[in-house]
Design a protein around this ligand. Structure first.
Ligand code: AMP
Ligand code: MG
Length: 401
């Protein structure tokens, strides 16, 4: 059986970032840049005052000096003259520095009397002046390609005069739940039936990673229904199925899609929860077959769907960030399958992060997964661990997943 790391590498191998599209800056937050954004102007556009006060010549602005105020230049209203010796110009934060001036005497350090000010504290050349281009210059790259845009970068792009941004198209992901027992939320539920929680949970994972999710109607456990549903995945960037991924009699994804040309790369991983994980391609569309058990499905989505979406989005496929926490209670030795234990987090009195695994780890317990704050990563054959030892965790409480 494949390790989690090998499986991830094989899933990522055929995936390519989506093609670029242009979006308005107002729509660009959280999108992934597909080209470097180059400043379309220089910022600041001219030397500007950083304070309210007076533009002066540093050589004039000695303590006790008296200067004549020759005018005023509010921000956005430059003064067109040239400041001569012994002169000062009233200005404000963001005002353009007049020619001839090289410093700003802040108003707190000046006493005004009619047209005259007295310098109460000297200012040297350059004082309180924002140099032209000190933030960025026209032609400089302000945001590189392949970055998910933060609010701060959106602000920077606006400052650099970008009304639009070139971004990767959102990955389109079709989501298909399979099972005779399933209905979508709100649909009539058959005898002994359950509601398909995976369809919407997986769609939320896709959206959290910046993709567009299309939730297909549930497919019954028969070959024709599955093959028909697969048609709807044509043209998608990724086809995600849930359930029916192993080779039980009713686990049909492989057998039903084989005639349609399913090429299977692998279908078993040495991990828990979620051994039956299928990866392959169907008509050129990568297919990720997740297990049906809700916890397995979501843990596999976190470990495999997340980095797959990162790759499709144009981002480095780093996956969910892994950090460390201290065990609050001991753990048993692990077997040959990598384990992903659900648990809660708290902060010890000394500030260290502590993690406690739930006593029950059944992969059908969705409520415990929803309540979990961390996944504890237990490598294959990890020895028993005592309280106080460090373990690797994925912080679910930080991910919005
Ligand atoms: P399967 O992988 O099809 O053998 O399903 C394993 C278990 O997960 C069964 O108990 C199914 O009823 C359950 N299951 C399958 N698909 C879903 C789904 N979309 N939502 C919730 N539970 C599911
Ligand atoms: Mg099933």
């Amino acid at each position: 059986m494949l390790s989690v790391e090998e499986a991830r590498a094989r899933i990522l191998a055929p995936l390519r970032p989506t093609t670029p599209e242009v979006v308005a800056l107002a729509e660009a937050w959280q999108r992934v840049t597909a080209a470097p954004a180059v400043a379309r102007l220089t910022q600041p556009p001219a030397a500007l005052s950083a304070m309210d006060g007076y533009a002066v010549r540093g050589t004039d602005a000695k303590e006790g000096a008296r200067l004549r105020v020759v005018g005023a230049a509010p921000a956005g209203h430059p003064w067109r003259g040239t400041l001569g010796p012994g002169e000062a110009l009233r200005l404000f934060t963001g005002s353009v520095m007049p020619d001839g001036a090289d410093a700003v005497l802040i108003q707190e350090n000046a006493s005004a009397e009619g047209d005259t000010i007295t310098v109460n504290s000297a200012v040297a050349a350059g004082g309180h002046v924002r140099r032209r281009g000190q933030d960025f210059a026209e032609g400089e790259v302000v945001v590189p390609a392949d970055r998910r845009l933060t609010a701060r970068q959106v602000g920077l792009l606006a400052a650099a005069n970008h009304p639009w941004v070139v971004v990767h198209r959102r990955p389109r992901v079709a989501i298909l739940s399979t099972g005779d027992e399933l209905a979508l939320p709100g649909e009539p539920i058959g005898p002994g039936g359950i509601v398909s929680s995976n369809s919407h949970a997986l769609a939320a994972v896709v959206r959290a990673c910046g993709g567009d999710a299309v939730v297909l109607p549930v497919a019954k456990d028969d070959a024709a229904a599955l093959a028909g549903a697969a048609e709807a995945a044509r043209g998608m960037d990724l086809f995600v199925t849930s359930g029916g991924a192993s080779v039980g009699t009713h686990d049909l994804v492989q057998s039903a899609l084989a005639p349609a040309g399913l090429r299977v790369d692998f279908w078993k991983i040495a991990m828990r929860p979620g051994k039956p994980l299928l990866f392959g391609s169907l008509g050129g569309v990568p297919l990720l077959g997740l297990p049906g058990n809700p916890v397995s499905s979501l843990v596999c989505a976190l470990l495999f769907l997340w980095p797959a979406l990162e790759r499709l989005s144009g981002l480095p496929a780093t996956g969910a960030p892994v950090t460390r926490a201290t065990l609050a209670a001991p753990l048993r030795a692990n077997d040959a399958r990598a384990d992903h234990l659900r648990g809660t987090l708290d902060e010890a009195p000394d500030g260290t992060l502590r993690v406690t695994a739930f006593p029950r780890q059944d992969s059908a317990l969705l409520r415990l997964l929803a309540d979990a704050e961390a996944l504890i990563l237990r490598p294959p054959h990890a020895p028993a661990a005592s309280a106080g030892e460090d373990v690797k965790v994925i912080r679910l409480d930080r991910l919005g997943l």
